[in-house]
Design a protein around this ligand. Structure first.
Ligand code: 48F
Length: 258
């Protein structure tokens, strides 16, 4: 078969553009394709919601690839086992109620299942701002990560969504945008972003699901960002809370989208 270089280029350009146009107006726009964001997306797409995830980096998976200190195993507790079972990740019971999974298998299986359920993931795109309409978050403002890295003076583009999820991990970037850029209060005790506390697996995991909720009209928070917003501890390489948090936010959003 004779290959035409330009035809290959046209295929990529046309198909990407079609996808990008299709996902410019969605039910839920998720910021960050770490474990919590991908689980949120998976459970929303399972119920046929239109979901897009924007991921700054080349790869999805956030902080999961490296397990703990680059030993690429993750630990999950009993409560999160059903999520990994449903997704199809192999688990080994290490001690009663402590399960170990391969980090690479977990990220690759989770991203594959999310995408196959209908979640659209755009990588290499950074969320740099939000669209606020009628005192609620109504979409995201995007730019290429390469533009951000090179500090180029290029204007962004905007997508509209019924809801936004901040699953950007420790940096809680969307929450920070609301606070710093808009100067508006979050739905926390003080209205401020309370900041994550030092590592404590038990407490971090205990609080994360309760912290996974709406933090500004139209904006939900999932994963480590939830503990950062509400001043709870980080939990290190136990990932059950990330998965449960993602599922919780999907459940809350499914109620709102009814
Ligand atoms: O950090 P990350 O994995 O978040 P998570 O789902 O999981 C946290 C754990 O990995 C770990 C932990 C568990 O004990 O504490 O840290 O809460 O994934 C966050 C993703 O968001 C992307 C970032 O590149 C990463 O892949 N991200 C962050 N800011 C932006 C973004 C942004 N402004 N635009 C797009 N993507």
């Amino acid at each position: 078969m004779k290959l035409d270089d330009v035809l290959i280029s046209k295929a990529i350009t046309e198909e990407f553009t079609q996808d990008f146009l299709k996902f410019m107006e969605v039910d839920v726009a998720i910021v960050g394709a770490g474990p919590s964001g991908m689980v949120t997306g998976y459970y929303l797409a399972k119920k046929k919601k239109k979901v897009v995830i924007f991921e700054r980096k080349l790869s999805v998976g956030g902080g999961m690839w490296g397990g703990g200190m680059m030993f690429n195993k993750i630990v999950v507790q009993e409560e999160a086992k059903p999520i990994l079972k449903e997704i199809g990740v192999n688990l080994k019971e290490y001690k009663k109620a402590y399960y170990v999974a391969d980090a690479i298998e977990t990220v690759s299986t989770l991203s594959s299942k999310a995408v196959k359920k209908g979640v659209k993931i755009f990588n290499l795109i950074s969320v740099e701002d939000v669209m606020i309409r009628k005192e609620r978050v109504a979409g995201l403002v995007l730019n290429w990560t390469a533009v951000e890295m090179a500090n180029l003076h290029v204007d962004p583009l905007t997508v509209r969504s019924k809801f936004v999820v901040d699953s950007t991990g420790h940096s809680a970037e969307v929450a920070n945008i609301i606070l710093k850029k808009m100067g508006r209060k979050l739905l926390t005790k003080t209205g401020e972003l309370l900041g994550e506390k030092s590592m404590w697996a038990e407490m971090g995991e205990k609080f994360i699901v309760g912290n996974s909720k709406e933090i500004y009209p139209g904006l939900y928070v999932a994963g480590m960002a939830a503990n950062a917003v509400f001043g709870a501890p980080r939990m290190g390489p136990i990932f059950g809370g990330m998965l449960l948090s993602g599922k919780r936010v999907a459940e809350l959003l499914l109620e709102r989208l009814k």
